[in-house]
Design a protein around this ligand. Structure first.
Ligand code: UDP
Length: 327
């Protein structure tokens, strides 16, 4: 199949490109390189520098590429994803994440491209009160990032209905880890996620870390999350693409492992490799105590089951950071 990956130079996009190439697809990458890097893009993919909000540029690239062959699908990874930044700069999030999706869909409609695979997030569920989250749960985002993704999900739904398109929307839980080749991984500055922060602390790339609260109603008092290896997540996109291109009904699907680990368990796991200097601090506002995906639908519709565990996530992130000395 021929597929365009918008945001294919970023952390998750570059892993998806790799999985697509491995599966024998013809891959075109469009990326503005705001957080991604050229060296993350597999050499078998054709790369175009372009911003998803630049309608003229997007049309140009699609017109050019369509001369070589019609696109079967478009995958979208070109989003801004930092929650606190979305709170301080909501207009940027609506512009990039929502307007960008509108322009992408308009381009697809004009080019007659029928299938879209979209990266969404568990943040669309908001402040979850249930332990295990299913796709049917209430959607109540609590920050502009989650709102921007939910607005895009809904736009995709209505556009697909109007123009006879198909979609596969994936709601990611806590994505982490690096590719086993150690060529690609999470490189961004000012990381806020627990796994890279714990690994950086273990590698002495930061002095210490803070556990945000140990008084939650969980067995060890720290928050529980569902961690999923980026390569497993990326592979789900290949399955999702084949699923809709082969004529199945559009679907919205959680991507998680159905297993939860606490912040302390993450620290313990990293500590098996290197000591971690941490202290206990106050709770971080907006953190639910426990967030675990029901991944029944991914298994049922796509036959997708994650292969890697928390151990693999931590080991690949550790080896990636060790190799590249990434802060
Ligand atoms: N966390 C922490 N210290 C940190 C970063 C995160 O204790 O320096 C906790 C955070 O409060 C949450 C869990 O780790 O309970 C996962 O947070 P992360 O930001 O990785 O993902 P989120 O689930 O918030 O998207």
């Amino acid at each position: 199949m021929k597929v365009c990956v918008i945001g294919g130079a970023g952390y998750i996009g570059s892993h998806a490109v790799l999985e697509l190439v491995k599966d024998g697809h013809d891959v075109v990458v469009i990326d503005n390189l705001s957080t991604g890097t050229m060296d993350a893009v597999d050499e078998k993919a054709r790369f175009y520098l372009g911003d998803i909000t630049d309608e003229i540029k997007l049309r140009e690239i699609f017109t050019e590429e369509t001369k070589l062959g019609h696109f079967d699908a478009v995958m979208h990874f070109a989003a801004k994803i930092v929650v606190p930044e979305s709170v301080s700069h909501p207009l940027e999030y609506y512009h990039n994440n929502v307007e960008g999706v509108r322009i992408m869909l308009k381009t697809m409609v004009n080019q007659g491209i029928k299938n879209v695979i979209f990266s969404s997030t568990a943040a669309v569920y908001g402040d979850v009160k249930k332990d295990v989250c299913t796709e049917e749960d209430e959607l109540k985002p609590i920050n502009p990032y989650g709102e921007s993704k939910l607005a895009s999900e809904r736009m995709i739904h209505w556009v697909a209905q109007a123009y006879d398109m198909n979609y596969c929307i994936f709601r990611y839980f806590n994505v982490a880890g690096a590719h086993e080749s150690l060529k690609i991984g999470l490189k961004r500055d000012n990381l806020t996620h627990i796994i890279p922060i714990t690994v950086q602390t273990a590698l002495k790339l930061r002095d210490s870390m803070v556990v945000f609260g140990d008084d939650y109603l969980t067995p060890d008092g720290t928050c529980i999350r569902d961690y999923i290896h980026v390569a497993d997540l990326a592979f789900a996109h290949v399955l999702g693409m084949k699923y809709i291109v082969n004529g199945n009904k559009s679907a919205t699907i959680n991507l998680g492992s159905s297993t939860g680990y606490s912040v302390k368990q993450v620290i313990d796991e990293v500590s098996l490799h290197l000591p971690v200097n941490f202290s206990i601090g106050p709770r971080r506002p907006g953190d639910p105590a426990k967030l675990i995906a029901s991944s029944d639908r991914a298994k049922e519709l796509l036959g997708w089951i994650p292969k890697r565990t928390l151990k693999d996530i931590i080991l690949t992130d550790l080896n990636f950071r060790r190799k590249h000395e990434i802060r």
